[in-house]
Design a protein around this ligand. Structure first.
Ligand SMILES: [Mg+2]
Length: 361
């Protein structure tokens, strides 16, 4: 029986973590159908990463200078008592590790139930290292569009995001802005928005995201996209989406980071709006198995042990690898310091060792 040392124990942990992640990289595995078409996709938890996959992973990281993180479902699950939400185990530590690695980091969210300030305050209370100017959110982007095009909105949004629209002329509306209004999505409010749109000669509908649903602590919730589609259908128009997966939204985040699309990875729990949107913009993207993924695919996450759920969430596994890549600190996983120059070779050697030593599932 092979006696594992600390190094191999750490490698096994790393392998298990990577196994839990669904990776989407351009390149080797062309010909797949659906959103991942022409991309490399790790089979959804069916087997551990192959040597080729690990080598691809290592190679893909080499040119990466920045990360875009989705927030809901990746860092925390919203809802719960007093609407505060609950951090996803390991995510607070992961954000610290990513920041310590020296990579540029941007929080890219479609959150429209609060102003950016209130949103960041909540995340800080939960323990996250985050400040307002690190967040790209739809409401400020929508305000820029409204001013540039001299649009006066009728707002169908959450009460708590209204302060973002202070200073915007809302008299005699010539457009509708719809956000995740939650309980404000009453028949009356939807009908009021419909009447504004149908009465315009050139109806303009701005939607703060187009998600179908998201996960809160008590289950899945309908998102803004559902109501956007209702207004589109009623008025026979096409909404303009401000937020993920709109290309402009990702590009504005990249501009704020000062990097090119091929130098960035988007990490999210939504295969369409996080992963697909980022890929459309020329970025690489990773889907974590937390948030809505864990609800929609319970069969692929229920095997996690309690210990692994705490110590090995997907985002933490990414931060582990990024820490290796950038070598700005000694890793804290009982592992070893390593230089960036040898990172790729180390991962390849690790893959070989794991393949040889460990039996298949
Ligand atoms: Mg999400």
């Amino acid at each position: 029986m092979f006696k594992k040392g600390k190094l191999l124990q750490a490698l096994h942990v790393t392998r298990a973590r990577l196994w839990k992640c669904k990776l989407h990289f351009p390149g080797r595995f062309a010909g797949r159908k659906g959103l991942g078409a022409g991309k490399a996709c790790m089979p959804a938890g069916l087997r551990p990463p192959s040597l080729l996959m690990m080598a691809d992973w290592a190679q893909s990281l080499l040119g990466i200078k920045g990360l875009l993180l989705d927030v809901s479902g990746v860092l925390y699950d919203s809802g719960g008592e007093e609407g505060g939400g609950v951090p996803i185990p390991g995510s607070i530590e992961a954000v610290k590790k990513i920041k310590a690695s020296g990579l540029k980091l941007r929080f890219c969210t479609n959150e429209t139930q609060a102003t950016r300030e209130k949103f960041v305050e909540k995340l800080q209370r939960l323990g996250f290292d985050i400040v307002v100017n690190e967040v790209t959110a739809p409401a400020p982007a929508a305000c820029r569009i409204l001013k540039e095009r001299q649009l006066r909105p009728h707002l169908l949004v959450h009460d708590d995001v209204l302060p973002e629209f202070e200073g915007i002329d809302k008299s005699s509306p010539n457009c509708v802005v719809v956000g995740d209004a939650a309980d404000n999505f009453s028949y009356k409010n939807l009908n009021d928005a419909f009447r504004v749109l149908i009465g315009l000669e050139n109806p303009v509908l701005l939607s703060l995201g187009k998600g179908r649903y998201y996960k809160e602590t008590d289950g899945l919730k309908l998102d803004v996209g559902v109501y956007m589609k209702a207004l589109e259908y009623a008025c026979d128009i096409q909404a303009e989406v401000v937020g993920k997966p709109a290309k402009m939204f990702f590009q504005s985040a990249l501009t704020e980071m000062g990097i090119e699309p091929h130098q960035a990875i988007m990490i999210g729990d939504d295969i369409v709006h996080d992963v697909g949107g980022a890929q459309q913009c020329g970025m690489k993207a990773l889907q974590v198995r937390t948030g809505k993924y864990s609800i929609v695919h319970p069969d692929k996450t229920k095997g996690d042990t309690k210990e692994n759920a705490v110590r090995s969430p997907c985002l933490l596994s990414f931060s582990f690898c990024f820490g290796l890549r950038n070598n700005k600190q000694v890793l804290t996983e009982g592992c070893f310091p390593i230089t960036a120059d040898v990172y790729q070779w180390v991962v390849i050697i690790i893959s070989i060792l794991i393949t040889i030593v460990t039996p298949g599932p």
